[in-house]
Design a protein around this ligand. Structure first.
Ligand SMILES: *Cc1c(COP(=O)(O)O)cnc(C)c1O
Length: 855
């Protein structure tokens, strides 16, 4: 190998950031100045940094529109099978840099912005995150959109344009305080409203049956206004659409019937209808049975299915199919993926459209419906499974309840014929749960109404098949599949860690960005001393940069040569931030017991939002901050141990902290984390994992070799066995003196001297109703952490293990995941057909479409 390249030489040589031509730079500068003048209506004397961000965003957006129009025109003409990804969450984060990367414009834009005398990173920081998600589930939807566009699938994301996304988290006196996320305040340059495609959605009312079938009447109508956001593929000129619906009151809302005469009040009451898309429910892995949430779920479903059918019928324009056969090809033309049960009402809604409106016979409608839908299960935690009260559904969607009952009747008849006299089985498999409140089990509805059901990691899919939905898997084993989650390497490597992305490209070329399995080529550099040093150097640079960010934004100083031990994800008992906290206290006590003893310096960083109604999660945040307060101010500890609670963890902050991480904490109780995707982001960015055999950790260990992760603790079988015996926390407390000391300190007010009883609820939970068995894994966890510290002392051995992890991370690209969905569920082929770039216009405007409804 020759000498290492300087950063600048690297940038020039590697084209993953896009080729810089003098011409394209000049063109971008012209675009920027034009938008500053005509769009922002400013000159450079009065323009603010935000004006510059918007001018740049509009300039970059200009490069999307031609590709976007062409892609949609191509879909219209070629009419490929459409993939519809229905999700109540799309956790997109920022768009500017991602767009520049996928269009190959990043270097050119960097240069243009530099020549304009502006700072690119400063402009990028002005953009608000599109925080329309809670955590992993919403972020998965966003990664899938990127991969579907990159693989050239004719795919659409459908969801809700929440006016307020996930709340902003402030920490005040150690407590979480929520602030509204007014992300649209300054306007959103990435969306295009399409009022011409507005659609009605009905609620309430009653059902009238007659010879001509069922009629849902006397409903209240809310309008669904679509906003389209372009989704560019990586360097393939494909631009797909994410269509998000916003609720609008009809102009005659409340003016027709009962409110006649109170015009002012009727106008004010428009809010009632428009509240449907006001705010994202901030629960992660938790079902809250609120009427407004059910309205949201049906709202997106009803608007989306009308859109899908409108597009399907438009493609049949001029077809000679009769009304009765036109829908036969529906499942060949349309695949609908349900991201968890949140959009489950799509199943009875499609049945309603087919049976009540299109007048198809039930059996035919049901066959088409089943062949259209597929359902992804995201959790087996009982508190997260949606079970809507029958009386609520009856009030809001009376016709859908009847249809669900009909589906259930036929479903139970079928089971009864296969398993005569097995009443217990009928009870277990019913869509309707009897009890104090009668409820609809939405997972059962989804399983029955879909042709494929998948879990999101091998271990999770096994649990789905053999435990939670055992009866259903026995009935239809071929329906049950696994699709291990993934992440997009564009955002989670190129965007967030350009230093590492470019270093890898130097070694193995650039094709890995589209085919992440090529990372295995790095294996042959595991013993290359120069490469090892360079990987370590990139990590060190990322750590220094992150330390500077913390100092600038939060006035906290951390030591960039300490190990960055990072635990960022939603705060949840099953994710066991409390176990991490006990480890911190244990390290603290060890330092105090023997201050002269060698201690490998650590900065423990914990971040994540607690659902506002989740008391225990909020107490955990307070505890972490209370422990940090004591540890960080103890002179005996000095710089050996620092504890940081990272405020407002979100996509744009994940992009900063993950590349700076040495140690990734993935320590959920085995069997509780369905997959995790944070774990994959860390692996790809050169962190080592300390984790349990849970979710995708299992497959990470399989890919990299278990010896290259720090795996500890109970396996699923051990947890099951412990449950059988009965988990007794007291036993561990009595046996383990360091655990006892840590727990006693929390209990006695060592970390809360002004309120010694502050953490009573937490301690009480740990002893008496800890469903996630923190004490049972404590000892193995602490011992495993000792091994981590030991390895960290040997920087070279550490970095070699890092390289083995990066080389093994290829499986966890969402491109791989989407290829599997395409092959096994949607039955479509990825297309590497390059849609022609927009600068070679193909008689633009000449070929008019027969009607204007097909967009
Ligand atoms: C990836 C991601 C998650 C999911 O993290 P897990 O550790 O898998 O729970 C949550 N929030 C954000 C902001 C993310 O980027």
């Amino acid at each position: 190998m020759s000498r290492p390249l300087s950063d600048q030489e690297r940038r020039k040589q590697i084209s993953i950031r896009g080729i810089v031509g003098a011409e394209s730079v000049a063109e971008l500068k012209r675009g920027f100045n034009r938008h500053l003048h005509f769009t922002l209506v400013k000159d450079r004397n009065v323009a603010t940094p935000r004006d510059y961000y918007f001018a740049l965003a509009h300039t970059v957006r200009d490069h999307l529109v031609g590709r976007w129009i062409r892609t949609q025109q191509y879909y219209y003409e070629k009419d490929p099978k459409r993939i519809y990804y229905l999700s109540l969450e799309f956790y997109m984060g920022r768009t500017l840099q991602n767009t520049m990367i996928n269009l190959g414009l990043q270097n050119a834009c960097d240069e243009a912005v530099y020549q304009l005398g502006l700072d690119m990173e400063e402009l990028e920081e002005i953009e608000e995150d599109a925080g329309l998600g809670n955590g992993g589930l919403g972020r998965l939807a966003a990664c899938f959109l990127d991969s579907m566009a990159t693989l050239g699938l004719a795919a659409y994301g459908y969801g809700i344009r929440y006016e307020y996304g996930i709340f902003n988290q402030k920490i005040r006196d150690g407590w979480q305080v929520e602030e509204a996320d007014d992300w649209l305040r300054h306007g959103n340059p990435w969306e295009k409203a399409r009022p011409e495609y507005m659609l009605p959605v009905h609620f309430y009312g009653r059902v009238e049956h007659s010879a001509s079938g069922a009629k849902w009447i006397d409903t209240q109508v809310v309008l669904a206004l679509p906003y389209d956001t372009p989704v560019p593929g990586y360097m393939n000129n494909t631009v797909n659409t994410m269509r998000l619906w916003s609720a609008r009151a009809p102009n005659d809302f409340n003016l027709r019937d009962f409110n006649v005469g109170d015009y002012i009040q009727a106008v004010l009451d428009r809010n009632l209808a428009e509240n449907i898309s006001r705010v994202l429910y901030p629960n992660d892995n938790f079902f809250e049975g609120k009427e407004l949430r059910l309205k949201q779920e049906y709202f997106v479903v009803a608007a989306t299915l009308q859109d899908i059918i409108r597009r399907f019928k438009a493609s049949k324009f001029g077809s000679t199919d009769s009304v009765r056969t036109v829908f036969d090809s529906f499942p060949d033309q349309v695949a609908i993926q349900l991201n968890d049960t949140h959009p489950a009402m799509a199943i009875p809604e499609l049945m309603r459209i087919f049976v009540d409106i299109e007048k198809l016979p039930w059996d035919k409608a049901w066959d088409i419906t089943k062949r259209t839908f597929a359902y992804t299960n995201h959790t087996v935690l009982p508190e997260a499974l949606e079970r809507w009260p029958v009386n609520l559904v009856e009030k809001l969607l009376p016709r859908h309840l009847q249809i669900i009952y009909e589906i259930n009747q036929r479903h139970l008849d079928h089971i009864a014929s296969l398993f005569p006299n097995d009443v217990e089985r009928l009870r277990r498999m019913s869509l309707i749960e009897e009890g104090d409140t009668k409820r609809i089990n939405m997972a059962h509805l989804c399983i029955v109404g879909s042709h494929a059901v998948n879990g999101v990691a091998k271990i999770h899919s096994e649990i789905v098949k053999t435990q939670v939905f055992e009866d259903f898997a026995e009935l239809e084993p071929e329906k049950f599949q696994n699709k291990t989650n993934g992440i997009t390497p564009r955002r989670w490597l190129l965007l967030c860690n350009p230093g590492l992305a470019e270093l890898i490209a130097e070694k193995i070329g650039e094709d890995y960005v589209r085919d992440l399995s090529q990372l295995t080529k790095l294996h042959k550099f595991v013993d290359d001393d120069l490469f090892i040093r360079e990987v370590a150097k990139v990590k060190q640079e990322n750590k220094v940069k992150f330390a500077l960010y913390l100092e600038k934004e939060y006035k906290v100083k951390i030591n960039p040569s300490s190990m960055f031990d990072v635990h960022v994800k939603r705060i949840h008992e099953y994710k066991r931030q409390l176990m991490n906290c006990l480890h911190i206290i244990t390290m603290y006590n060890r330092i105090r017991r023997d201050p002269a003893k060698l201690f490998v310096p650590r900065t423990v960083i914990i971040g994540g939002k607690a659902a506002p109604g989740y008391h225990m999660a909020k107490m955990i945040i307070k505890l972490i901050n209370a422990v940090a307060q004591v540890v960080n101010n103890d002179p005996v500890v000095g710089s050996k141990l620092k504890v940081i609670f990272l405020e407002n963890y979100r996509v744009s902050l994940a992009e900063k902290v993950i590349p700076a991480t040495d140690l990734s904490e993935q320590i959920s109780t085995a069997g509780t984390e369905a997959s995790g995707t944070g774990n994959m982001k860390f692996m790809l960015n050169g962190a080592l994992t300390i984790g349990t055999m849970d979710g995708a950790n299992v497959e990470m260990a399989e890919e990299a070799g278990e010896e290259n992760l720090f795996i500890f603790g109970m396996r699923v079988e051990d947890v099951t066995e412990l449950d059988r015996k009965g988990y007794n926390a007291q036993l561990y407390y009595d046996r383990l003196p360091e655990l006892k000391q840590a727990v006693d300190q929390i209990k006695s007010g060592f970390f809360s001297p002004n309120d010694p009883n502050l953490f009573n609820d937490v301690v009480n939970m740990l002893f008496h109703h800890d469903r996630f068995k923190v004490f049972a894994d404590y000892e193995a966890y602490v011992k495993c952490q000792e091994k981590v510290s030991e390895l960290y002392l040997n920087s070279k051995a550490w970095t070699k293990m890092v390289i083995r992890n990066i080389a093994a991370a290829g499986k966890f690209s969402s491109d791989r995941t989407i290829k599997e969905y395409a092959r096994d569920i949607w039955h479509v082929e990825p297309s590497d057909l390059k849609i022609p770039p927009p600068n070679e216009p193909r008689d633009a405007g000449q070929d008019k479409t027969p009607n204007g409804t097909a967009a």
